[in-house]
Design a protein around this ligand. Structure first.
Ligand code: MLT
Length: 261
């Protein structure tokens, strides 16, 4: 499905029309399909909202940079359209950066927060420089430059690597460049965490090659109502690598939100 938000067509899918609204935001250069199998099998009792963020999946690809806060605004407009006032907002990696931007900008609309293989730190200078170099490579060679560099780091599982590589190759170069610029410029959100007074879940993959476990633990320690869920046998893609374990954490989060005052 698609709707017009913030001057662009935004694509999304919803699993389950009743139940508590829970948003799952995909990571960089991927799209909502990463959640489909886990969501349809294991999150059946909720209204699961799966957006394609700008520049990704079937959504439009506007020119320019995509600050995380702009993507959070896209999401808020999508929720307006869906008549969802408050939701549990969960994000994977770059989606986690967007979820944190949403928590900062729309605290009154946040019922719960899920941070899945992501971090609250801003980029180091080195990391930021790496993103600008990547932008040049994407300009020269297209999305394949990112697919080759990123897919092998997402998971050790050959099939997951194949699927994610295909998704990245099908993400437009402008979408990738806009997101890289937005991630490079994002602020540090560590100071925000103690102010997030709703139930939260922090998920880490023990074999994640992109997010360090101590960074995830630091977030969980700083959040007032966090559950920390480190997953053995998972890398950066627990929704694909360990869907049952991740879904259990998410189902628990919904339960905690419902019982929270
Ligand atoms: C992601 O998986 O969303 C990105 O790799 C995160 C990042 O590059 O910081």
């Amino acid at each position: 499905m698609k709707t017009n938000v913030n001057g662009m067509e935004m694509a999304y899918e919803i699993l389950g029309q009743t139940g508590y609204p829970i948003v799952l935001i995909h990571g960089f250069a991927l799209d909502h399909r990463i959640w489909l199998e886990m969501g349809s099998k294991h999150l059946r009792n909720h209204r699961v909202i799966l957006p394609d963020m700008r520049g990704h999946g079937e959504s439009d690809t506007p020119n320019g940079a995509y600050p995380m806060v702009l993507m959070a605004q896209d999401l808020a407009h999508l929720l307006d359209y869906l008549q969802v006032n408050k939701a549990i907002v969960c994000g994977h990696s770059m989606g986690g950066y967007v979820a944190l931007a949403f928590a900062a900008k729309y605290p009154e609309r946040l019922a719960g927060l899920g941070l899945i293989t992501t971090r609250a730190h801003a980029d180091t200078d080195e990391k930021r420089e790496g993103r600008y170099q990547m932008i040049e490579k994407v300009r020269e060679r297209g999305s394949i430059a990112i697919a080759e560099a990123l897919a092998p780091r997402l998971s050790h599982d050959e099939e997951i690597m194949r699927q994610t590589k295909e998704m990245i190759v099908n993400t437009s170069p402008q979408g990738i460049i806009g997101a890289l610029q937005g991630m490079a410029e994002r602020p540090n959100r560590l100071d925000l965490l103690p102010e997030i007074e709703v139930p939260s879940l922090v998920v880490a993959g023990k074999d994640d090659q992109i997010i360090d476990l101590p960074d995830a633990r630091e977030m969980a320690d700083a959040l007032p109502h966090a559950e920390f869920l480190p997953i053995y046998g998972a890398g950066h893609m627990p929704m694909k690598e360990k869907p049952v374990v991740l879904a259990e954490g998410l189902n628990n989060l919904v339960k905690r939100v419902k019982g929270f005052h």
